[in-house]
Write a protein that binds this ligand. Sequence first.
Ligand SMILES: [Zn+2]
Length: 64
Amino acid sequence: MPRNANGSFRAKAHLPSKTCLSCGRPFSWRRKWKTCWEDVKYCSDRCRNSRPHKRSPEHDGAGS
Ligand SMILES: [Zn+2]
């Protein structure tokens, strides 16, 4: 009997994920984003449309 070169079943593809800039929740790759995944920043249109409160650019809390 011939043996399968691939002894194991095909592993489920590990989808890339990102963190939504609006709600802060992680979300996974979706088919509709296959052409623009690098530009996706929000988990949904709702989050994309809800912009965070405007802040003065001088108030950059980054760093210590
Ligand atoms: Zn979101």
